[in-house]
Design a protein around this ligand. Sequence first.
Ligand SMILES: O=C[C@H](O)COP(=O)(O)O
Length: 328
Amino acid sequence: MQTTTSETSTLPQTVEVRNPGMALDLDWVMRATANRSAIERRAATLGGRRSIKKDYQAAWLARAISCIDLTTLAGDDTPGRVRRLCAKARQPVRADILEALGLTGLTTGAVCVYHDMIGTAVEALEGSGIPVAAVSTGFPAGLSPFHLRVAEIEESVKAGASEIDIVISRRHVLMGNWQALYDEMQAFRAACGPAHVKAILATGELGTLRNVARASLVCMMAGADFIKTSTGKESVNATLPVSLTMIRAIREFHDGTGHRVGYKPAGGISKAKDALLYLALMKDELGNRWLRPDLFRFGASSLLGDIERQLEHHVTGAYSANHRHAIG
Ligand SMILES: O=C[C@H](O)COP(=O)(O)O
């Protein structure tokens, strides 16, 4: 696996060579299983383990911020709201807190919006190096005509999105039609061109963890750069058992092919302590290489506010009111 490295003021950036995908290996897919009770037992122990010690928590929370896809996906999104979100992505934490923590140049990993807001976000983030991610392919249900889903990706790339979050057709998974899922994912990846593609599995709608494991593998075989749990619109979104299942599929894919695929838990992650749990899980299961924004993101609309509060508490010893961290 080739990588190239360059330094910035805060974090050494390693640019991963993209997962090129491979032919669909149905034997491998059908071998994939998931032992729900073992996975749930392991997930239940995570909260009690001290994987990240108190003294290091501020540094870990800063790392979590650098991995957030700061998201707004609401029907009433306006250019003004997106511009405010982008300002927050550029300066996620008050300057005095950052200074006290000895951190400079901290930004979120990306800003994530619907297609119509791409232009506003690109303009607002100009010069920052922060990528714009767009949800696509008939998000969140993914049930619009196939050619329109492909065209939507192409339009979003043309508009300036450098990351595209696609939704898979859940029915292909529920009907065990792995070839159809592979073909769809491959077409979406091709339509993305140079833009990185995150495959949203909508795990809350896939029925079983075995389906989650198999769908993860198929999407990686078809060239997904990231696999992502949820749209944030399902009734069950990111959970630790689902995360363990997907992370282990990523590990298996890396062991089998040498290619690193990123992971994005999304939906309902709003507390700093939960962010720390996810980081600990990534470190334990995949190692430090997966703790950087090119291989790990949180999809979250309200996580940043709580992290900022915790960092403020770390520096000042006091919590500020929630309303002071309204965005993010
Ligand atoms: O991908 C991002 C999700 O839509 C965000 O979900 P959330 O609003 O529950 O944080």
